[in-house]
Design a protein around this ligand. Structure first.
Ligand SMILES: NC(=O)c1ccc[n+]([C@@H]2O[C@H](COP(=O)([O-])OP(=O)(O)OC[C@H]3O[C@@H](n4cnc5c(N)ncnc54)[C@H](OP(=O)(O)O)[C@@H]3O)[C@@H](O)[C@H]2O)c1
Length: 280
């Protein structure tokens, strides 16, 4: 069993720093079996955080997730997201009910605003807080929020209850390290790193391939180890291939030398100035 580190949320709850993405799952019924098997494999290996959204396959990924967690809901830290156009005070409550139905559960562990839209943040937060008081969600957070968005969020009533911000973060997208990541770390807000292997594009990088080879590891494992090294960061790679899920889980056991961390910094330089938050 890989030794997966944990991240502590503001509530004191610990979650694995390596979870499971679900984007593109639930699109084709012939792939459902392997997608469910992949998620189950991840749960068996301790990647017990699942990230989904009402957007993914328009509810299809939540239905796949429901199958994967059937009979083991309590083992799982379940994250879903609301579309910005559903994120008014009433709309967010209704969207959550629909997600809960698809997920065949009575509660989400974390509910995120997928990205900023037209609804005032105060309304979205009021809806989230209503859901929290009703026990439908244990915590809420945001996604694709840059530092200025986070500061605006902190200024709305109960905005400081935000537990997480899910953003694009990987070796080739290190802009958040300049300001957003340290800010979240100081405020105890977890950063969920999405597209942690840049949807596979990172894996062709020659430096990454060279460093991985030296450890008999894979480029994906090095890319994930880079994120696991950071405090308060949860990486959520997606794979619909059980063997790759197992490969990703083993990133937790990879220890790079100081020299190789430096080689990674040389190949993927950290930001020297503010960069606007990237989105996919
Ligand atoms: N909040 C947001 O706006 C947002 C945006 C994007 C993503 N997300 C979340 O973050 C999750 C992860 O991001 P992502 O799906 O965009 O990208 P990703 O996890 O960086 O990459 C997924 C791709 O890499 C492949 N892959 C996974 N592990 C591999 C391995 N060990 N070796 C080779 N290929 C591998 C997968 O193919 P196979 O499935 O065929 O293995 C898939 O094509 C999403 O699923 C979603 O839950 C959130």
């Amino acid at each position: 069993m890989p030794d997966i580190p944990t991240v502590t949320l503001p509530s004191g709850v610990s979650v694995p720093a390596l979870g499971l993405g679900t984007w593109n799952m639930g699109e084709e019924s012939r792939k459902a079996g392997i997608e469910i098997e992949s998620l189950k494999r991840g749960l068996d290996l301790g990647m017990t955080l699942i990230d989904t959204a009402e957007m993914y396959a328009e509810g299809g990924a939540e239905k796949i997730t429901a199958e994967a967690i059937a009979g083991r809901r309590d083992e799982v830290f379940l994250v879903s997201k609301v579309y910005p156009w559903n994120a008014g005070r009433k709309g967010v409550v209704e969207a959550c009910e629909r997600s809960l139905n698809r997920l065949k559960t009575d509660r989400l562990d974390l509910y995120l605003l997928h990205w900023r839209g037209q609804h005032p943040l105060a309304e979205t937060v009021a809806g989230f807080e209503e859901l929290r008081r009703a026990g439908k969600i244990a915590a809420w957070g945001v996604s694709n929020f840059d530092l200025d968005d986070m500061e605006e969020l902190m200024a709305v009533p109960e905005g400081r209850n935000c537990a997480a911000n899910q953003v694009l973060y990987n070796l080739s997208r290190r802009g958040v390290e300049y300001d957003l990541l340290p800010w979240c770390q100081e405020h105890g807000i977890a950063v969920m790193a999405y597209s942690p292997i840049e949807q596979g594009r990172l894996l062709r990088n020659a430096d990454l391939i060279r460093i991985a080879k030296a450890y008999q590891a894979t480029p994906a494992q090095v890319a994930l180890a880079f994120l696991l090294e950071r405090d308060g960061v949860v990486a959520i790679p997606k794979s619909a291939n059980p063997d790759r899920v197992a490969e990703n889980a083993e990133a937790a056991d990879l220890d790079l030398s100081e020299e190789d961390w430096k080689a990674l910094d040389a190949a993927f330089p950290p930001p020297a100035q503010k960069r606007p938050l990237d989105m996919l």
